[in-house]
Design a binder for this molecule. Structure first.
Ligand SMILES: Cc1cc2nc3c(=O)[nH]c(=O)nc-3n(C[C@H](O)[C@H](O)[C@H](O)COP(=O)(O)OP(=O)(O)OC[C@H]3O[C@@H](n4cnc5c(N)ncnc54)[C@H](O)[C@@H]3O)c2cc1C
Length: 517
């Protein structure tokens, strides 16, 4: 124990509002500091009856159904690192990349994405030349892009649509970029900011002009680096035995909820309040300008039903537009900036099938549907193929993604209507008519933050307002990435800043916690 005795009056309270993965990562970080002896107590408040937010796993007759996110990108390390920290390392599993093949619906037929496509950028010649997904004009534009950089746009930001068109032309946008982004963000490429959504490509253009040239160069450098680490060196350059290529996506055997449950289990039960919708966060009377060492706490948190909490620092880990509504009396401009971040709504529809279904599906992870195909489905994942341990032996599970900026109205339909739409489209697209064993529909209203053109400037303005509001911190998918790893990163960072704010002594404990990892 670092602090032998703690004077109760000196214990600092840090409240986390929102118990999705972002808020849980924040509360967990605070709980660890407390357990290491820091004079702090965490408080976790969530409006819904359960913790985890959109991360929710259900098990039905041996099928593991992800109601919200189904995996995280392996190249962002925070989610896997957190799983290991929680003792879940043995349950981490990668996608079955040997079977990875994604189709795009093109004029009513499924065509595979060309091999070697790094998101938007072709890195292999032959698959690009032979694909029927792109017309000759796009193939020529792609070859031209390698040698002649497109004219740069002289402005701070640009839409993804305009950026892709400039580099590779209209068909690359319509047939590949747009459906890929709809499948991830449920967003509209004409509105999304390339700088915030595809920062790596934005940077590549700044440095190299051509995205293809930049990608090929990066691949060459990676190859040279791995060769210079000696034969058999793995991508991290640490081992001497050949390592399999890391998987693109990762998840946990029992579903992503293992992470949120693992985090929740580390936060002391009597410090968690569910079914408490927060209505406002205000400066406590006498606490507004007060430093953290003043006796009265700085913030007052009012909940629906009249319950109120006070806290020395607050982490807002709920969707930004809702967070904005809570802080209007503290800083009107901050409130406006947060409320101006748009969100899209989406729906997942999971269908389980018996052993006869698998053979009727094409090999691969699933398909994406471009806007011009005029379907309600945005994407469909063949879950049993993408990951092990998702369907009982031999059985199949499909997960369809609907809604997004394109079709928010679909969320209002009854489950039976949704199932009928999905089954009709599966029949028309795949000629797949198997009767499902079950159909689970999950609606996620305004859950996916959208980063429109100018998002970076908005986030900078938010950060500026927060400079004048010490004790108030933000976490979640609205600022610097929407993935699970981004949420864990922002949750931890917000908690660490809050700990720093409430006291130096606390900070020492945090350092001890960090150094023990
Ligand atoms: C359908 C779907 C699929 C996705 N797929 C993937 C994927 O495969 N991989 C990936 O990396 N990411 C994916 N994402 C994104 C990722 O899951 C989310 O960005 C992330 O889970 C958001 O976590 P969060 O804690 O920030 O927000 P949320 O999970 O939205 O949690 C916010 C919490 O705040 C609470 N709350 C709201 N208002 C109040 C209030 N007034 N008072 C108190 N509490 C309140 C809510 O009850 C909720 O628990 C997906 C998202 C969705 C919706």
């Amino acid at each position: 124990m670092l602090f032998a005795m703690t004077d109760k009056s000196k214990v600092r309270r840090i409240a986390v509002i929102g118990g999705g993965v972002s808020g849980l990562a924040a509360a967990y970080t605070l709980a660890r500091a407390r357990q290491a002896g820091a004079p702090v107590e965490e408080l976790l408040i969530d409006a819904s009856p359960w913790l985890g937010g959109v991360v929710r796993t259900e098990t039905v007759d041996g099928f593991v159904i992800e109601a919200g996110p189904d995996s995280f990108l392996a190249e962002k390390p925070q989610a896997a690192a957190m799983a290991r920290e929680l003792g879940l390392g043995k349950d981490l599993m990668g996608s079955n990349d040997h079977a990875r093949r994604t189709y795009i619906l093109h004029r009513g037929r499924l065509l595979p994405l060309p091999d070697g496509l790094m998101l938007l950028v072709p890195t292999r010649l032959w698959p690009m030349v032979t694909t029927r997904l792109l017309p000759l004009s796009t193939k020529l534009a792609t070859a031209r892009e390698l040698f002649f950089s497109p004219p740069e746009v002289d402005q701070g930001d640009e839409s993804v649509a305009s950026f892709v068109q400039r580099h590779f032309g209209e068909a690359m946008l319509e047939n590949i970029a747009d459906p890929l982004l709809s499948g991830v963000y449920g967003g509209d490429s004409a509105a999304l900011s390339v700088r915030s959504v595809l920062p790596r490509f934005w940077e590549m253009e700044r440095q190299h002009g051509s995205l293809t040239r930049a990608t090929l160069k990066a691949m060459r450098q990676r190859r040279v680096a791995s060769q210079s680490n000696g034969p058999g060196a793995n991508s991290s350059g640490t081992g001497s035995t050949p390592q399999p290529k890391p998987a693109l996506f990762m998840t946990l055997k029992g579903g992503l909820q293992q992470i949120t449950q693992g985090l929740a289990a580390r936060v002391e039960k009597n410090r968690v309040y569910v079914r408490r919708r927060v209505l406002a966060v205000e400066f406590a009377p006498g606490g507004a300008g007060g430093a953290a060492d003043s006796c009265s706490r700085r913030f007052q948190i009012s909940c629906e039903g009249g319950r109120a909490f006070d806290a020395d620092a607050v982490v807002l880990a709920l969707p930004a537009n809702l967070a904005g509504g809570l802080v209007s009396s503290i800083d009107h401009r901050l409130s406006e900036l947060l409320e101006g971040i748009p969100y899209s709504s989406s729906m997942t529809v999971s269908l389980g099938f018996d052993e006869r279904a698998r053979a009727k599906l094409p090999a691969g992870f699933g398909f994406l549907v471009p806007r011009k195909e005029h379907r309600r489905m945005l994407a469909c994942t063949f879950v049993h193929a993408k990951f092990d341990h998702r369907a009982p032996e031999g059985k199949a599970m499909l997960r369809c993604f609907l809604g997004g900026a394109r079709d928010p109205g679909v969320l209002a339909l009854h489950d039976d209507e949704v199932e009928a739409i999905v089954r009709r489209e599966l029949k028309e697209i795949l000629n797949f008519t198997a009767k499902p064993l079950f159909c689970r529909v999950h609606r996620w209203s305004a859950s996916m933050a959208q980063y429109p053109v100018g998002h970076g400037a908005r986030v900078s303005a938010i950060d500026e307002r927060l400079q004048d509001l010490p004790g108030l911190y933000l976490a979640g998918n609205a600022y610097s990435g929407i993935g699970i790893s981004d949420c864990i990163r922002t949750g931890k960072a917000a908690a660490e800043k809050a700990l720093e704010f409430v006291g130096q002594g606390v900070q020492e404990a945090v350092s001890t916690v960090s150094s023990k990892r």
